[in-house]
Design a protein around this ligand. Structure first.
Ligand code: ADP
Length: 494
């Protein structure tokens, strides 16, 4: 009997990956390739679209070959991707007119400042659910059109196309047959109206972006065409597309309103499913599309923390306090308490709910007894406190997460995950399968072709690895949080 598989392409910020999943959602084989990061100026981050394509194609071929070796049958492909990253290319030649401008890139801050000065914040927030920030695609598109002569020329000839990475890959995979994106990726562009599910004419006019360059916006489980045989040998359908954080939420089966997933990788991203309710946060969280199925949108509130695992990398690479990330667990465990030391890792400013680009890191409470161990502990603890701040913002918006599921490299640290549960004072569930992002894309693809009948059917594939319940006394928690609040205030002074 032939084994059936679904392939997920996970095009991330530092690497491209393809994963072969069995229909129970278990990863069978994966191939990964890193690619070059370009930092041409302070605050600028670029990728070469050709390298994104070549690394994706290579990993895809690897998993197709593996499936062949296993005498397996590939049913379909799902795509998940780094969100917001922007590519513009020539419809005729398929060549990009400029490098991909990456989500981390800050070059459009001046234009964003201008928009804020013109009091456009409320209008943009109401239509897109987003705060004005260079992070999102809209101002990056405008930058390329304004600064690359070829882009302007091609736009006037109706030959220019825009896409986030998903659209760009779909275009290449189908050899120019399909120019499409999904609602979650569209919801991160700052030019997409999340209420009427259309590209927003008012914002497009403000940015001077012509509508004909934009992709068609489809559901997350939808028909995205077929891969061209010159790319994959046999042609394969593409039936799932979803941005990376939303994909992780789907991979964690957060389908109930009130369910929350928090991913602790380099940064941390928290997504709370709010169902059909589009909640506009009063506390600077983003309103975004969680997924869209059969034309029905499920919304989410999102908060991001810039420095989570990146703090552990800093301990390893700059401070040289540890050789490998997992060593941090032994160190934090060896201390009875945090000795009153707090680290606010505002290395690149602070994300939600502060959104302060000028804040910088603070280490407070240092005494003569303070050493590397205390700083390691303060760094790990800071990720839990930052999560607490996000949860508090949600609480102020009248929302309390019912279920909290975690994933990402840092949650393998049991001490951290227990401390997190203690600080936010809720039960935390860690799943058996860690590849939640890729899995979300595979689930969306499988849903379209009937492998899974419903979201409920998909949920049967989620299984628990470990549950963490709060054990800390209220008094101790309050004491810790008091120290953290004081440290945050110091970081915000800058
Ligand atoms: P990304 O997808 O952003 O590359 P991952 O989910 O792979 O991130 O997680 C890697 C991050 O997790 C790194 O920043 C690393 O420092 C951190 N990390 C990995 N293992 C541990 C651990 N046991 N304790 C603390 N941090 C860890």
């Amino acid at each position: 009997m032939k084994k059936d598989f679904i392939i997920a392409i996970d095009q991330g910020t530092t690497s491209s990956r393809s994963i072969l999943f069995n229909l129970k959602g278990k990863p069978i084989f994966s191939s990964q390739k890193e690619f070059t990061q370009y930092f041409p100026k302070d605050g600028w981050v670029e990728h070469n679209p050709e390298e994104i394509w070549s690394t994706t194609k290579k990993t895809l071929k690897d998993v197709i070959n593996k499936a062949k070796k296993l005498r397996g049958n590939i049913l379909t492909i799902g795509i998940t991707n780094q969100r917001e990253t922007t590519v513009l290319w020539d419809k005729k030649t398929g060549k990009s007119v400029y490098k991909a401008i990456v989500w981390q890139d800050r070059r459009t801050e001046n234009f964003c400042k201008k928009l804020r000065k013109q009091n456009k914040e409320k209008m943009i927030f109401n239509r897109t659910g987003l705060l004005i920030d260079p992070y999102f695609s809209g101002t990056k598109i405008k930058w390329i059109i304004d600064n690359v002569a070829q882009a302007k020329k091609l736009m006037s000839k109706q030959r220019l196309l825009f896409g986030t990475i998903d659209s760009f890959l779909i275009w290449r995979l189908t050899k120019g047959e399909v120019h499409a994106t999904d609602a979650t990726n569209a919801s991160r562009t700052m030019i997409y109206n999340i209420s009427n599910n259309k590209w927003d004419d008012t914002i497009l006019k403000l940015f001077k972006i012509k509508k004909h360059i934009l992709p068609e916006v489809k559901d997350c489980s939808d028909d995205y065409g077929y891969t061209h045989p010159s790319v994959t040998g046999k042609s394969i359908s593409i039936t799932g597309v979803i941005g990376d954080q939303q994909a992780a939420s789907v991979g964690q089966c957060c389908f109930e309103p009130g369910s929350l997933k928090s991913t602790y990788g380099t940064g941390a991203f928290v997504l709370l499913n709010t169902g059909s309710r589009k909640i506009y946060s009063k506390n600077r969280l983003l309103t975004t599309i969680g997924y869209r199925l059969n034309g029905k949108t499920s919304y989410a509130l999102e908060g991001s923390i810039f420095i989570a695992g990146a703090g552990v990398q800093w301990l390893r690479d700059r401070m040289k306090f540890i050789k490998k990330a997992p060593e941090s667990e032994k160190i934090v465990k060896s201390l009875k308490n945090n000795a009153g030391i707090y680290l606010v890792p505002a290395f690149t400013g602070l994300g939600a709910p502060y959104w302060n680009a000028n804040a910088r890191g603070v280490l407070s409470g240092i005494t003569r007894d303070t050493g590397p161990k205390e700083i390691v502990r303060a760094t790990i603890e800071s990720v839990a406190y930052q999560t607490y701040d996000l949860f508090e913002s949600m609480r102020y918006d009248g929302l309390k997460p019912k279920i909290v599921k975690v994933d990402g490299g840092m949650v393998m640290n049991n001490w951290f995950t227990q401390f997190l549960s203690d600080v936010v004072n809720v039960k935390i569930l860690r799943p058996k399968i860690h590849e939640t992002t890729a899995l979300g894309a595979a689930f969306m693809a499988g849903l379209k072709i009937g492998t899974y009948k419903s979201l409920k059917d998909i949920s049967k594939n989620w299984s628990l690895d470990k549950k963490f319940s709060p054990k800390m006394k209220k008094k101790s928690r309050n004491l810790l949080l008091h120290g953290w609040t004081k440290a945050i205030k110091r970081a915000l002074i800058n």
